[in-house]
Design a protein around this ligand. Structure first.
Ligand code: HEM
Length: 241
């Protein structure tokens, strides 16, 4: 009698192989954008914020350095905002289409597959909220770098915001670290089980390093005495900050 049991993997596999028209190109672009520029930006962002561990003065200098780049608006638009938007929206589209790439998730199977999608989604909503608050409302920190430290402290005045920051850091770290592993497998950088297994340890260490740096950075904002702009009444006026 023919078996009616469904195979463990039902969806069609969508490997990164040529000959799939636009979809191949868009998936390659999605994969690449996770590393360059979005992944590179994530590294820069964690390092820049880690200057908070050296105090409000060092943090202000770092913000000033970044805001002093020529063509900063276009650098941000084409180097950060649009690539993140593309990677995110196409990521949701991949999720919606239910495209699996089983060869990329061989060990814990669908668990890692699902985690990659959920961490991306949580990171997305976190980034929208985080940029809206820190970048597009209140005192403009690129114009007033000295207000940056206090503005972040202002965010941490609510427990749920601290929890959301911690979740954002955890999800972005996990997503990027496992994304590095996926990228290396998909682009033929790690071939064979041995190389992939070894690289998994490297990626796990990278993920832990991100979480550690993020945690130390948060601790610096939480334990330093409140700076100007930390309270919302100051945040209303750019001049008083
Ligand atoms: C913190 C910002 C982000 C970074 C640094 C990042 C980085 C990466 C990297 C490096 C990969 C592996 C690329 C590959 O699959 O070859 C990846 C995969 C993926 N990303 Fe992101 N990502 C970010 C945000 C997001 C967001 C907001 C979403 C929205 C849901 C998302 C959805 C996905 C999906 C679905 C995959 C897996 C694609 C697949 O399995 O084929 N990512 N990401």
């Amino acid at each position: 009698m023919a078996s009616t049991a469904s195979p463990s993997i039902q969806q069609g596999v969508a490997p990164l192989r040529a000959g799939q028209g636009h979809s191949f190109l868009l998936r390659r672009l999605h994969s690449l954008s996770g590393i360059v520029p979005v992944g590179l930006f994530l590294i820069e962002h964690f390092i820049s914020n880690a200057f908070a561990t050296r105090g409000p003065g060092a943090y202000a200098k770092q913000v000033e350095l970044l805001s002093g780049f020529p063509f900063v608006f276009y650098l941000e638009l084409f180097g950060i905002w649009l690539p993140i938007l593309y990677h995110s929206l196409y990521g949701f589209y991949i999720w919606y289409r239910g495209e699996t790439n089983v060869g990329d998730y061989p060990w814990m199977g669908n668990w890692m597959f699902t985690a990659q999608r959920w961490t991306g989604a949580i990171a997305f909503f976190y980034m929208v909220w985080h940029t809206w608050h820190l970048r597009f409302t209140g005192v403009h920190i690129l114009m007033y770098p000295g207000a940056a430290f206090g503005k972040v402290q202002g965010e941490f005045q609510h427990t749920w915001a601290v929890v959301f920051y911690a979740a954002g850091i955890l999800c972005a770290s996990w997503h990027f670290a496992y994304g590095l592993w996926l990228f290396a497998a998909k682009w033929g950088i790690t071939t064979g089980d041995g190389a992939r297994r070894k690289f998994a340890y490297v990626c796990f260490a990278i993920g832990l390093l991100f979480v550690l740096v993020g945690a130390l950075t948060m601790r610096a904002f939480l334990t330093t005495p409140l700076q100007p702009c930390a309270r919302s009444k100051f945040r209303l006026s750019a001049i008083s900050c």
